[in-house]
Design a protein around this ligand. Structure first.
Ligand code: BES
Ligand code: MN
Ligand code: ZN
Length: 497
């Protein structure tokens, strides 16, 4: 997809389609009025007949209006003028892209009403135009045989006009938005794959392939032997019930000078989570193929910083295992020793994410991270607490947590903080080991984070629980690509891009 900027009158834009906004009750936006005037009042006539109401996300394609260089106009509902802002604009543009994707339209100009620049400045406007356009054309890497749907024709999208005199910020926004959508696609393609294809070895192979494509990236893959040498007893305990061997992948982007402390990202890569001996109920168990979404987001983030040549050192650590029941599987009551030396009583083998993350987080210590962020579909409790709208964020560094929350707000990929105060760790008490891997039902997201907190002391650390946000069910079942937009904003800011 190519992105450009338009600035002159909409009637003269040479594109296949002009996308213009109409408020509810049929009120034309400024650009829609220009179209209407050039076309001799045809839009007003159409509205007075009651053919278009301007309700949020309603669209109507109108062909061959006179007086326009564009061959078509896509009317797009913006909802009420009173409620108009960034969110309704995003929804309208997404709806417009959805409508365009079903047609043979190859080039389109976004000429909806722009929300005021406080809600969406030139940079974020450009970013959202590009991100939403690219994301709207995403198709699942499905394994259906037979006739494939026709790929969308849309190849060229124009955003405009720049609010400020210069188009620089808008251009930068378009470039970043396209890159973020591409990264989100990396995450979604990996997460949508079934567990029998996307194994720990597959994740490692994909990380290797990514590193081959970028000079700033290097990769190191630890196989089972190397993981044993690191004494990662918790990670190995989860992996031991599966015939798929585990992998620990370390992806490194060198964008700054060698000594500069890196941002370290750690991803949960459980390629299938059956629960192990503490087996899950069978309803919707297929969704546990997405339990590697954190790992996929880490790979996506590394692809983004490499693509943008971010002047920042970033290290991605992917802990990849499959969690299965078996004669050799770890059992409730088993006690294992983590790489940090702390012993853990595994009371529930379905609380496996924290077991692989604790060893990966300990591994991160050697890099002396400037910031350590882990991403994990860690707890069902997080879905209960926050639903599907916010990721959970917890940690030991308030400034880092705030930075992530604010990145989420700007990227429209939000996170909400839960309190990680010291009392919660008491729930992890064990009579037999340093602590247990579960802390009871109450505050399940927080006790999971408290477990991780035992391994991150002295490092500036934040944890994102993406159990409710990384994928969705229903008609559009699949990976959402979250929290890649949040992470992207965080990294772009850190890099000063
Ligand atoms: N991968 C799951 C978390 C999960 C559950 C994500 C549902 C999305 C939807 C995780 O490994 C898990 O099983 N967690 C347990 C922890 C419990 C045993 C303490 C859970 O949330 O039930
Ligand atoms: Mn589990
Ligand atoms: Zn899991």
């Amino acid at each position: 997809m190519r992105f450009e900027i338009w600035s002159k009158g909409v009637a003269t834009l040479e594109v296949d389609c002009l996308v213009v906004g109409v408020f509810e009750e049929g009120e034309l936006t400024a650009h829609a009025r220009s179209v209407d005037e050039a076309a001799g009042g045809r839009l007003k006539k159409l509205l007075s007949r009651g053919d278009f109401s301007g309700r949020a996300a309603e669209t109507l394609l109108v062909g061959d209006l006179p007086g326009l260089a564009a061959s078509r106009v896509l009317l797009t509902g913006l909802g009420t003028r009173k409620a108009f802002g960034r969110k309704p604009w995003r929804k309208a543009w997404a709806a417009a892209v959805g409508a365009l994707a079903k047609t043979g339209i190859a080039s389109a100009a976004a000429a909806l009403e722009r929300p005021d620049t406080e809600a969406l400045d030139d940079y974020y406007y450009g970013r959202a135009v590009a991100e939403i356009a690219s994301t709207g054309l995403y198709r699942v890497n499905d394994l259906k045989t037979g006739k494939k749907p026709r790929p969308a024709a849309l190849r060229r999208v124009l955003a405009g006009p720049a609010a400020k005199g210069s188009t620089q910020a808008l251009e930068r926004g378009l470039a970043h938005g396209a890159a973020i959508a591409e990264a989100a696609k990396v995450q979604r393609d990996l997460a949508n794959l079934p567990g029998n294809v996307c194994t720990p070895r597959h994740l490692a192979e994909q990380a290797r392939a990514l590193a081959r494509g970028h000079r700033s990236l290097s990769v190191r893959v630890l196989d089972e032997q190397a993981i044993k040498r690191e004494k990662m007893g918790c990670l190995l305990a989860v992996a031991q019930g599966s015939s798929e061997p585990p992998r620990l992948v370390v992806l490194q982007h060198k964008g700054a000078k060698a000594g500069a402390p890196p941002v370290v990202l750690v991803g949960k890569g459980v390629t299938f989570d059956s629960g192990g001996i503490s087996i899950k109920p069978s309803a919707e168990m297929d969704e546990m193929k997405y339990d590697m979404s954190g790992a996929a987001a880490v790979i996506a983030a590394l692809s983004l910083v490499a693509q943008l040549r971010a002047p920042l050192n970033v290290i991605g650590i992917v802990a990849a295992v499959e969690n299965m029941p078996d004669g050799k599987a770890v059992k409730p009551g088993d006690i294992v020793t983590s790489a940090s030396g702390q012993s853990v009583e595994i009371l529930n083998t379905d609380a496996e994410g924290r077991l692989i993350l604790c060893d990966a987080l300990h591994y991160a210590r050697r890099f002396k991270p400037a910031a350590l962020v882990d991403l994990a579909t860690l707890t069902g409790a997080c879905v209960i607490a926050l639903g599907h709208h916010h990721s959970g964020v917890l940690g030991n560094d308030e400034a880092l947590i705030r930075e992530l929350i604010e990145a989420g707000v700007r990227a429209d990929d939000r996170a909400w903080q839960l309190p990680l105060t010291e009392e919660y760790a008491e729930q992890l008490k064990s009579n037999f080991a340093d602590f247990a891997n579960i802390g009871g039902r109450d505050g399940g997201t927080i006790t999971a984070a408290a477990f991780l907190g035992k391994f991150t002391q002295g490092m500036p650390w934040a944890h994102l629980d993406i159990a409710g946000t990384a994928w969705q069910g229903g008609a559009h079942k699949g990976s959402t690509g979250r929290p890649t937009p949040l992470l992207a904003d965080f990294l772009i800011r850190r890099a000063g891009l």
